[in-house]
Design a protein around this ligand. Structure first.
Ligand code: GLU
Length: 433
């Protein structure tokens, strides 16, 4: 079945990119077949447990009321409370949330984190709103969700276009709703908070750091020298920018970067710190003085060894896969690759390291943040980073072993491991009543 891909030079709407939940289902079906899953378990996992849509009014700075649509999809909670990000995007939609929520279930199961999977957000373009409006939107959304979130039930975190400030507003609103006595016991209702408001050291860089641990392990397995290798990165938000900084510390050279505003390249290398400052000021990598402007189509064909997609879903279609010359694609974003594109990449001998394996640093450190909140502790940065590194490396080794033994791709292996754990749990516990 031919699927739409991102248009030359431009960004297509998410709707035009296809139905993300159908794509997620196709990926997971492949792993379900491989492990010969119990049809009863497959049936449960095929749909989220809860799909919540809330419509709520917010007063704008000019005094007018505007209605917003918010989502929270809770895919599965057999392994622990629902867990996953909240994204703000003008094209947020239910099928996207369903796919993203299910990926969180498999991500937590794969890494043996005692969480389930959830995802949500608001259909809003945050660039169109003042900070004060965003605060009111976030608080009103949190109030509308009410007891559908909670530190032992469903725990949001940052995602696309949300950050620690968003999480602190959510936490504060939730605290005020639960009442005085419980205020300080419910800090763990969200993770990804600022350190002063109960967040964990290391959470901000955690996803980029996890991506880099996977790259390091891959390089060790392949006897590949990261020092001097060329990297291209799509998306320069939290994940892309931290991955760029940490990779450049290992001697890797960032030769191309792109985002919704445009694409840039420099074969001599782009300084990720300076580019970060530029993005902070202008909102995009476009116009950065230390590189040349290039077309989107040329970006994928750049001479590089590693590609980190760290933007939105379904950016990597058949034409992009054909153009790529890299040895490895490491999915910093959730769901950036069409199945057809992945087949092409694998056919070309390119290793595709799936999102649920390599972009899990965020949720892993979210788990550490949640534990710290439960115990009223503050762990040191080195402690958090050491634990993260150990967890990423253990999971990497488990998936690598599965790939070798079962002669399958990395994505199918990662899902299969997560699915086996979920299936095991359902077999032991059964369903109530
Ligand atoms: N939004 C991130 C993800 O997709 C982090 C989720 C979390 O920390 O709960 O993995």
């Amino acid at each position: 079945m031919p699927l739409p891909t991102v248009k030359e030079g431009g960004v297509t709407s998410l709707k035009e990119r296809g139905n993300l939940f159908e794509i997620a289902t196709r990926q997971i079906d492949k792993a379900m077949k491989l492990i010969n899953i119990d049809p009863d378990v497959a049936q449960i996992l095929a749909q989220p447990k809860n799909e919540l849509i809330v419509n709520f009014p917010v007063r704008m700075d000019n005094g007018k009321f505007v209605m917003f649509k918010g989502y929270r999809v809770q895919h599965n909670n057999i392994l622990g409370p629902y867990k996953g990000g909240m994204r703000y995007h003008q094209e947020a939609n239910l099928d996207e949330m369903k796919a993203l929520a299910s990926w969180m279930t498999y991500k937590s199961a794969l890494h043996e984190i005692p969480f389930g999977g959830g995802k949500g957000g608001i259909k809003v373009d945050p660039r169109q709103h003042s900070k004060a409006e965003l605060e009111r939107i976030t608080r009103r959304f949190t109030a509308a969700l009410g007891s559908n979130i909670g530190p032992e039930y469903d725990i949001p975190a940052p995602d696309v276009n949300t950050n620690s400030q968003t999480m602190v507003w959510m936490m504060d609103t939730y605290m005020n709703i639960v009442g005085t006595g419980d205020r300080n016991t419910v800090r763990g209702v969200v993770t990804g908070k600022s350190v002063t408001s109960g967040g964990s050291h290391g959470r901000a860089e955690a996803t980029g750091q996890g991506v880099v641990h996977c790259i390091t392990e891959w390089a060790r397995d392949r006897n590949f020298n990261l020092d001097g290798c060329h990297v291209i990165i799509q998306g320069f938000g939290n994940v892309g920018s931290y991955a760029a900084r940490l990779l450049s510390q290992k001697g890797a050279v960032i030769v191309g970067v792109g985002d919704a505003g445009g694409y840039i390249a420099n074969s001599e290398g782009i300084n990720p710190h300076k580019l970060g400052e530029h993005v902070h000021k202008t909102g995009s990598v476009a116009g950065y003085k230390g590189a040349q402007k290039i077309e989107r189509a040329d970006f994928f064909g750049l001479d590089a060894h590693i590609f980190v997609p760290a933007a939105l879903e379904l950016e990597l279609g058949v034409p992009e896969a054909k153009a790529l010359k890299v040895k490895m694609v490491v999915e910093g974003a959730n769901g950036p690759t069409y199945p057809e594109a992945e087949d092409i990449l694998i056919g070309k001998g390119i290793d595709v390291i799936p999102d649920i394996l390599c972009n899990s640093g965020g949720v892993i450190v979210s788990y550490y943040e949640w534990l710290q909140n439960k115990r009223a502790e503050q762990w040191e940065l080195d402690d958090v980073l050491d634990r993260l590194e150990r967890r990423m490396k253990q999971t990497w080794a488990t998936v690598r072993h599965y790939v070798t033994v079962n002669k399958t791709d990395w994505r199918t292996a990662s899902y299969a491991i997560g699915l086996e754990r979920l299936q095991h749990c359902y077999r032991e516990r059964g369903i109530f009543p």
